[in-house]
Design a protein around this ligand. Sequence first.
Ligand SMILES: Nc1ncnc2c1ncn2[C@@H]1O[C@H](COP(=O)(O)OP(=O)(O)OP(=O)(O)O)[C@@H](O)[C@H]1O
Length: 233
Amino acid sequence: MAEPIISVRDLKKIYRVGDSEVHALDGISFDLEPGRFLAIVGTSGSGKSTCLNLLAGLEPPSSGSIHILGEKLEKMNEQQLVRFRRNHVGFIFQSYGLIPTMNAEENVALPLLFRGVDKEERQRTARTYMERIGILDQALHMPGQMSGGQQQRVGIARALASKPELIFADEPTGNLDSRTTEEVLSLLRDIVREQHVTLVMVTHDNSIAARADQQIRIVDGKIVERKGFTHAD
Ligand SMILES: Nc1ncnc2c1ncn2[C@@H]1O[C@H](COP(=O)(O)OP(=O)(O)OP(=O)(O)O)[C@@H](O)[C@H]1O
């Protein structure tokens, strides 16, 4: 097995609400090889989003460890986590997360601005990815002038523009009709192969999860089923 890009051990997240505790994640462990497409699947409240938030360093775990790209996330301070996300992670959101006052190209180029890339290079890279995703002809359109599927393609191009090793996607097709869902999932599968990026997608939908290479099913914060993992994982 290749060196895992993500290695999670006995991950727990406990939220305290008043006098009670919610065990949102209750001892999750898995390894993921680079270049794979993993779906984390479970019903509402099972702990999927908590898992993704912890993997992205957006919330600290209560206990357990997360190694990503050889770094121990729980040892990083806030500033290091921000830098880590900016340099290594792309995000795709259910509601696309586009800036409504920026056109499609400016949205795609935004992560490069945060990285200090100059304007010409930002524009060139944004256009390269928009062409790959099939939305170059909409470069000057504002998000409000685009369909949901087109907006999510802008979201995917934006996630790719900074050439991250990892992409985290939370219900990326949650607002799309079935045909567009199918197109976006095919696109994501192709991108994983072509760009050698590792994709972790959260979904409540079994048929969507089945399009990934590997699946982890979570119930009440615990992994109850793994698909597509080798014994060594
Ligand atoms: N900030 C918080 N404070 C308290 N409890 C929380 C918090 N965030 C999540 N929880 C609880 O942790 C559990 C897991 O929530 P999580 O959002 O990870 O589930 P999910 O599987 O992503 O659900 P959904 O599909 O509805 O988004 C739930 O019981 C939820 O109520």
